[in-house]
Write a new protein. Structure first.
Length: 283
């Protein structure tokens, strides 16, 4: 029993170090990118893309704050631990959903806001959200003992299946978005040799985002099968933070590219209007 307690103490200590480092990384990036972020918010038009951008930018702060509470509070009840933990998961899901929605909006722009395609994507998103919600509802009752400090120390075998299912659906959904963008690029714009700067940027962003998300999701799946749950939690937390940083940087980079291509500092055509309004840019 003493060996088990020592092992749990070591995991808790290392998780404290890790989460402090992860939080510091997010704060450092936030400070570093503050001028670009403020300029983007002030000079861009309000819309769905802006809502999702703000969610990706600032939900990770609440996400990590909740996690730090579970890790650093000196004591707390089982009920409080579960409440913080469930809220942490919900905030993380919202952050990931916002990131995915930014790429869905870009996909709709690539398809020139075709009505049939828009209806298909709405139905498609709902088809992914319903099973993810079901898995979440199955996961919560199956979570093992939750304690403060430390959080959830282990998962029951029954709770592992919903975790694996959610991350498999995440990979499939992101692959679907990537395929739709690449298909449209090859069909209408000449594929890899495309001369439109904005379209090239979209392709590169989708490829990079999918690669990073796939690596993290695969790590979560393998860790769920072979490693203790605290390791799974660390990888999942890192995925939320890293992808939020990545997608916000991509979004601002795309906005800057659009301003350069249009030559108009006062116009934002970065998402749903760029296909019809932005001209090809030939280098």
């Amino acid at each position: 029993m003493s060996v088990l307690q020592g092992s749990q103490a070591d995991v808790l200590l290392w998780s404290k170090y890790y989460y402090v480092a992860l939080t510091s990384l997010w704060i450092y990036d936030c400070i570093l990118c503050m001028p670009d972020s403020v300029a983007f918010i002030l000079e861009s038009r309000c819309g769905l893309a802006m809502v999702f951008y703000l969610a990706c930018s600032y939900l990770p702060f609440a996400f990590m704050l909740l996690n730090m509470l579970v890790t650093f509070l000196p004591r707390g009840s089982y009920t409080l631990c579960r409440l913080i933990y469930i809220t942490n998961i919900c905030v993380g899901l919202l952050s990931m959903f916002s990131a995915e929605c930014i790429f869905i909006l870009r996909t709709l722009a690539v398809w020139e806001r075709d009505r049939r395609f828009m209806v298909f994507k709405i139905i498609n998103v709902i088809a992914y959200l319903i099973p993810i919600l079901v898995c979440f509802l199955e996961f919560i009752p199956s979570v093992g003992e939750c304690s403060i400090p430390g959080g959830v120390g282990h998962l029951d075998t029954k709770a592992k299946s919903p975790v694996i299912a959610v991350y498999c659906m995440l990979v499939v959904g992101e692959l679907e978005i990537l395929v739709f963008v690449l298909y449209r690029a090859f069909e209408s714009h000449g594929g890899w040799k495309i001369e439109n700067r904005l379209m090239r940027s979209l392709m590169h962003h989708n490829l990079l985002y999918f690669s990073c998300s796939f690596a993290f999701s695969l790590g979560v799946i393998l860790a769920t099968v072979f490693l203790p749950f605290p390791v799974v939690h660390m990888i999942a937390e890192t995925q939320v933070v890293a992808l939020s940083l990545l997608v916000t940087r991509m979004h601002r980079d795309f906005w800057r590219s659009d301003r350069v291509s249009c030559g108009n500092d006062g116009v934002d055509l970065s998402l749903s209007t760029f296909m019809s309004a932005a001209p090809d840019v030939i280098h």
